[in-house]
Design a binder for this molecule. Structure first.
Ligand SMILES: *Cc1c(COP(=O)(O)O)cnc(C)c1O
Length: 364
């Protein structure tokens, strides 16, 4: 079988999504299932929809177009601000987009009018993480202008934390978003359907029984559904599986090697100067045909009993005490979100979608 390859267990993605949808439904929050780490995989999208997500979220218009070509009719949100150069494609394929620039929303409106459609927007508010978002004091004025645009329907407001600066969603910033929703509605006499609190980093807040949810009624979830973890501490969320996605690599060398390199030393391939021993004593070294051309190796978790000791463009070097390993064997690694993203976009990594542990793979 070809390696390296990502194996994606669709049944586990569905059960993770279902668990989150059910728990959040109890507190009045609906889930937008974010497929961006899977390059807009229609199969993954179908699993999320079967599990009860009310819409899909994607950061790239190309992936939204892929979902549409696969016949997906569900509501899809573009979760990165549209590029001005892509507004026509955004209006044609996405139902909703997350926005923070009035110039973009004006162009979306003009494009929607030309296409005889209405495009929905969610206005993103800056709540401290310093990535996208309108400054809270400017929200009222921007909203006022958006309401005048004939091609646009304002669906709500939202925020995104824990990305650029790692700011944790909590009672204080979520209450601020709720209050902004209420004051905007009161001042402008509008109704906001969606108050989108954030991403998987919001889950510790949202799932805590002590939490006052306020007006938040929507979360955009990717990592937690795919990998079972919340991103602020990368801790496993109760009841979710972390092994829905794994990366399989093939062993190309197995040898006993000394604990220390031999010869005068300069920089390694990555530019570092290695001053440590590789191990305490001579041990079994395994090379897997995987490297930085395939993924972000920092995000790989070695199987039990193996330790990653080095990586270059095409070689992943591990040490192990395990004896039963031969050239041609495969090793299975857990991936974090960035390793998943990068390996999905590598032309060297193939993908197998599995309905369950024992099923045969689907073409993808
Ligand atoms: C990626 C992204 C999400 C999903 O984040 P996860 O941590 O994967 O749940 C949600 N909203 C925006 C704006 C994003 O860019």
């Amino acid at each position: 079988m070809s390696a390296p390859r990502l194996e994606i267990r669709l049944d586990l993605i569905e059960s993770n999504a279902r668990s989150l949808v059910d728990r959040l439904e109890r507190v009045g929050i609906e889930v937008c299932g974010v497929t961006k780490a899977t390059l807009g995989s229609p199969e993954v999208a179908h699993q999320m929809l079967d599990a009860g997500v009310t819409s899909l979220g994607e950061s790239r218009i190309e992936n939204i177009e892929r979902l549409r070509r696969a016949g997906i009719k569900a509501e899809i949100a573009l979760i990165r601000s549209p590029m001005l150069s892509q507004v026509d494609r955004v209006v044609a394929s996405a139902d909703v987009s997350l926005n923070s620039e009035i110039a973009v929303i004006e162009c979306l409106s003009a494009s929607a009018e030309r296409q005889c459609r209405r495009h929905c927007v969610i206005l993103m508010v800056e709540l401290g993480d310093l990535r996208e978002g309108i400054m809270p004091e400017d929200l009222m004025e921007v909203t006022r202008r958006v309401l005048k645009l004939p091609g646009i329907k304002l669906r709500g407001i939202g925020a995104n934390l824990a990305c650029q600066s790692g700011v944790i969603p909590d009672a204080s910033n979520m209450a601020e978003l709720s209050d902004l929703a209420t004051s905007t509605e009161m001042t402008l006499g509008v109704e906001l359907d969606i108050i989108s609190g954030g991403n998987s980093a919001n889950l510790p807040w949202a799932l805590d029984p002590e939490t006052a949810i306020g007006r938040i009624n929507h979360l955009r979830l990717g990592e937690s559904i795919l990998l079972g973890r919340e991103p602020t501490r990368r801790s496993l969320i109760d009841g979710l599986r972390s092994d829905a996605v794994s990366l399989i690599g093939e062993v190309i060398e197995v040898k006993l090697k000394p604990s220390e390199p031999r010869g005068a030393r300069g920089q390694t391939v990555s530019g570092a100067v290695l001053d440590r021993r590789v191990g305490r004593r001579e041990s079994k070294q395994v090379i897997v045909a995987l490297g930085t051309q395939d993924l972000d190796v920092e995000g790989l978790v070695a199987p039990l009993g193996f330790e990653i000791v080095g990586v270059s463009s095409d070689h992943l070097v591990l040490r192990t005490a395990s004896s039963a390993l031969e050239v041609g064997d495969e090793l299975r690694f857990d991936v974090n979100y960035s390793a998943l993203l990068r390996s999905m976009t590598s032309p060297f990594v193939t993908r197998r979608l599995l309905r369950s542990e024992l099923s045969s793979p689907l073409a993808c």
